[in-house]
Design a protein around this ligand. Sequence first.
Ligand SMILES: O=C(O)CCC(=O)C(=O)O
Ligand SMILES: [Fe+2]
Length: 363
Amino acid sequence: MAAATDPAVTQYSHTALPPILTSVKKLSESSQVTSIPSTYTYPVNPQDKSVLIDYDSKIPIVDFSLLTSGTPEQRSKAISDLGKACEDWGFFLVINHGVPEELMKAVMDGSLRFFYLSEEEKHEYQGKHVLDPIRCGTSFNASVDKVLFWRDFLKVFVYPEFHFPDKPAGFSQLSSEYCKRTREVTRELLKGISLSLGLEADYLDTALNVKSEGLQVFIANLYPPCPQPELALGMPPHSDHGLLTLLIQNGINGLQVQHNGKWVNVNAIPNSFLVNTGDHLEIFSNGKYRSNIHRAALNNKGTRISIAVPTGPSLDVVVTPASKLVENGNHPPAYVGMKYKDYLELQQSSMLDGKAVLDRVRI
Ligand SMILES: O=C(O)CCC(=O)C(=O)O
Ligand SMILES: [Fe+2]
């Protein structure tokens, strides 16, 4: 926990509310900061070269246009490639998705303008509870994080009800369009994933009530230049809670995904989506498609922005492994059911730590 004397902490309260921390944006702009406060320093070098590899040629790529409008042969190959990517990596890049590049850029620009609002203006959106529909802050959950993360964030529930900050001007409208487009892409990917599991195309969507009530969240992450990037992290190793997360970034890499026990730097293809499979796909697929563990590394040169848009089940659904996958007793359920809302609340109010929350529902 941050000490009250730490320069990163301007006010500290022992109530259930998170302490009010200076944003890392402000901290990084202060000319005195040539080394990071000890509250951001990891006990073990998170960038240990022995476990870090560049592996570009192997990261799976899914051509969305083949999935949706290819010939029957192209579609069935795209579906099987998608299933393989989920099984082997839990991570893939999506190209030819049809979401306009200008819209993606405009949303990243809007996010930057949001982070450039004054600290007082942003404070209005701080939120009090982890399930508040609009929340901005720093680190992940500053009231429980043992080490702070070099990250400011805005997190908004955008579906089934669209919430959004009303500042800066125009950001809400752009983001509404972006969220609609990413929801369409996500639902098509989920259809392909459902088929790859040997289920009907709409089976997953229907079982988890994704179309009418599936939770969609818009998360803007800001990682300002860090004077000692090798000592800190923007986000710790974690898996996402939902089904799939679509991520874009402003041309600066930083995402690292775990694969066969190593960390792989993801060099994004311009205009692609970086897609992580989440805990609820692991539960639904009864462990066949394990959620991907990833983290955000830092640099000391430029500000990185990423926009992560996870889509999950309806908050009211108790998610269990798909009944069709556990029939006949050949594959007994490997997870107990939990309401998605309870799972989300548990994950968001805990210290982000690998797959600690998923382990609680594992049988
Ligand atoms: O910024 C990134 O690359 C990762 C962000 C992330 O993992 C998240 O928002 O859940
Ligand atoms: Fe994530």
